[in-house]
Design a protein around this ligand. Structure first.
Ligand SMILES: Nc1ncnc2c1ncn2[C@@H]1O[C@H](COP(=O)(O)OP(=O)(O)OP(=O)(O)O)[C@@H](O)[C@H]1O
Ligand SMILES: [Mg+2]
Length: 326
């Protein structure tokens, strides 16, 4: 994107913060909201995640890409408390989060959505939203016993839910069962619900998977608006057009490790990245890398592309354990 006056302030700020960051795995950031060290997760003999060091720039949109099975969802699960690592430490807003349960992670301001949406289909849209808003503000047993406080909080939650439904254009669906929504609407609902906790950082696992093209632009717009609102976004995506369109920074995982980092253009032209997607077949010459680049969707062409858009539902279901995110 050209650096001209039409660049929105959130974009300009994020790009400026990342301007001098070296394009290398584990690169230090100017103002990281999340810093993780030596995070390892093994499943039997398989090391699904082995991340030495990673930093996520505050206020930026960072894409986490990599081939199927690279460990992206597992890494999300670990960071957000839905799974436990064999080793590793990480800090969010300067506070250690390793070993902290998912609902407490959300209270600290880090929320995620799922590769397979977890909207509760037998609840209405508004009830899904309200559920996303419970557990806030030190909600306690005692508070629950004092009707006045409870009622006020409930009212605030409903107001916030209605505001978000309007923002995501789901207000007309307020009383519908979540199960009756289209795939794209469910993704929107999940994003809206994640915002109920007023997070600092939103983690989206394949927000575009299964979304009807008619809703794509609106979803992209919503993700970008999170950055303009000062939030940090980390998202997993296979659609390279989307990655190129909205990310300030891209981190690439391969076989559990961070193998490359940089701006979208540099990363997608990086032979290590192309190798990871194609299974390390080229012999390392410039000539071959260029040839391979031409074959990787999105590596150098603005064509409509998806490196591998298979929803990989088996892995998703496996590693996400069918939980809801409250
Ligand atoms: N609960 C689990 N038990 C055993 N193996 C698992 C489990 N969860 C994930 N794996 C394995 O760990 C590896 C990483 O999986 P993960 O789902 O994190 O990859 P991913 O990068 O999200 O892939 P995709 O792009 O297909 O969603 C894969 O080999 C997967 O089969
Ligand atoms: Mg995944």
């Amino acid at each position: 994107m050209a650096d001209d006056v039409t660049v929105p302030p959130g974009v300009a700020k994020a790009r400026a913060a990342l301007k001098d960051v070296p394009h290398e795995p584990g690169a230090p950031k100017q103002d990281p909201i999340l810093v993780a060290d030596s995070v390892v997760r093994r499943f039997g003999g398989l090391t699904a995640v082995s991340v030495d060091h990673i930093e996520i720039q505050r206020g930026a949109i960072t894409a986490l890409i990599g081939p199927n099975g690279a460990g992206k969802t597992t890494f999300f699960n670990l960071l957000t408390g839905f799974d436990r690592p064999d080793e590793g430490d990480w800090k969010f807003n300067g506070k250690p989060l390793a070993g902290v349960a998912a609902h407490k992670v959300a209270k600290q301001g880090m929320v995620r959505t799922f590769q397979l949406t977890k909207a509760l289909s037998r609840l209405t849209v508004i009830d899904n939203m309200r559920l996303g808003g419970t557990g806030q503000k030190g909600e306690s047993f005692w508070k629950a016993l004092i009707p006045g406080i409870w009622k006020k909080q409930e009212q605030e939650i409903t107001e916030r839910a209605d505001e978000l439904l309007a923002r995501f254009k789901l207000d007309a669906k307020r009383e519908d069962f979540a199960g009756s929504l289209s795939g794209g609407q469910r993704k929107l609902l999940e994003m809206a619900r994640a915002l109920m906790v007023q997070p600092d950082m939103v983690m989206l696992d394949e927000p575009m998977a299964g979304v009807n093209p008619a809703l794509t632009q609106s979803l992209l717009g919503h993700v970008k608006s999170l950055r303009e609102d000062g939030m940090t976004v980390l998202f997993v995506e296979h659609d390279m057009d989307m990655v190129r369109d909205i990310s300030d920074w891209v981190i690439v995982m391969g076989q559990g490790k961070v193998i490359a980092e940089g701006t979208p253009d540099t990363v997608m032209a990086d032979p290590r990245v192309i190798d990871a997607y194609l299974g390390s077949h080229h012999d390392g010459t410039e000539h071959d890398a260029a040839e391979v680049a031409a074959e990787v969707p999105g590596a150098d062409a603005p064509s409509s592309s998806s490196v591998d858009a298979a929803p990989s539902s088996a892995e998703g279901a496996k590693s996400e354990g069918g939980k809801t995110d409250e």
